[in-house]
Structures are given as C-alpha cells and as structure tokens.
Ligand binder design. Sequence first.
Ligand SMILES: Cc1cc2nc3c(=O)[nH]c(=O)nc-3n(C[C@H](O)[C@H](O)[C@H](O)COP(=O)(O)O)c2cc1C
Length: 205
Amino acid sequence: MSVLHKTLPVAEAIESRRSIRKFSSDPVPPEDLDEILRLTSLAPSAWNVQPWRIHVVTSSKLKQQLQEAAYGQPQVTAAPVVIVLVSDMEDVLAHPEEINHPGLSAVQKQRTVETLKNTFGPMSVEERGYWGLAQTNIALGFLLLAAQGLGYATVPMLGFDPAKVKALLALPEHVKIAAMVPLGDADERGHSHHRHKLERIVVRH
Ligand SMILES: Cc1cc2nc3c(=O)[nH]c(=O)nc-3n(C[C@H](O)[C@H](O)[C@H](O)COP(=O)(O)O)c2cc1C
C-alpha cells in the first residue's frame, strides 16, 4: 500500500479509527512511514517548542524487549512498526534557537530565546517535563489520525514500565513517554466507539 493510493478526509479518519491490536505482518513502506511522521511533526505546540522526539522501532529483538516492558501485551510484536513518542524539554532548552521561525528578525529571535529561558528556567526539570508532555500529546493525536488517514491502524499504549522502556531506548531519566504506538495494517476491526454523549461533556455558556 502506498500513500498515493489511500488517503481519508480528516472526519473519516477520526470516525474510522479504532485501537487495533492484531496486525498483518506486511511491512510499512518507508515512504508511508515517513509521511506519517512528517504529518505528526506538523502538530502545534506553545511557542512552537516541538518537544516531541519519535523513536521508530522495527527491530524484532527490540520489539520483543518492549513487549516484555509492556507486561507482555501482544500487539507490540504483532505490529511491523512500534513508535515510541517521547517528550524531551531538556533537549528543547539546550537548543532554543531551533524553534525560531526563519522569518523572524534577529531581535525577535533573541526575544524568543529569552522568553524560553525566563519561563522554563525557574521550573524544575519534572515540572517542565510534564509541560512538554502536554504538548507532545497533541502530536500523539496527530500521529494516530495521520496513520489512519493513510490507511494504517494503531493502538496508543501507556501500559508499560517507563523505566524499562527508557533503558531499552537509551533515553535519559528526564524524558517523558507520551505513548508506545504499534502501527501497521489492521488484522481485526476493533471495537465500535463507546463515547459520552455531548450533553455529558459539553457545557455551553
Ligand atoms: C494514552 C492511552 C493509553 C492506552 N494504553 C493502552 C494499553 O496499554 N493497552 C491497550 O491495549 N490499549 C491502550 N489504550 C487504548 C484504549 O483502551 C482505547 O483507546 C479506548 O478503549 C478507546 O477505544 P478506541 O481507541 O478503539 O476508540 C490506550 C489509549 C490511550 C489514549
């Protein structure tokens, strides 16, 4: 399957997406995977900090180890690709100039760097870690829908031991993991949506 052959309108991608835990063994063509990752990277974030970092796992051995860290959940090795989406605010702060839009003037660029320093400097590593995680969860939504829109199934997962996953991916302690996301061609339909009615969740003022 290729990107060129299958794309869904966003409403259809949202409607049809389900958590899928059984996958065919077909590999995901690299160009499709890259397009999913590119679309994910277009997610918005405050000050455009883009704290997400995306680990793409296709190694059978590493998937097996990740599955063990995920309490044996079978979808981790069933999927041809496992994406581990993480947030690294310390990496953001080590390279503050990276987030500046090229169209900004030198003064504006300097102002952004100062703002970042003044905002995040007084916070603890843990506090700003969770702040970055909130941004990264936006990218998680984009990832799930980008994959669905291009014909691929996913299941977002948080059922794992984060310390073990960090050790397997050589991630520093401060990094926050937004989700582990097995991805591939679906080999089941998944459950129909069960969601609150709008009256339960919407408050109109
Ligand atoms: C942050 C997050 C963590 C989740 N963790 C797991 C998990 O560890 N294992 C699993 O099988 N499903 C996991 N799920 C999937 C949810 O069970 C599923 O999204 C929910 O039941 C709604 O079903 P749907 O995705 O098919 O609409 C997770 C979902 C989210 C958003």
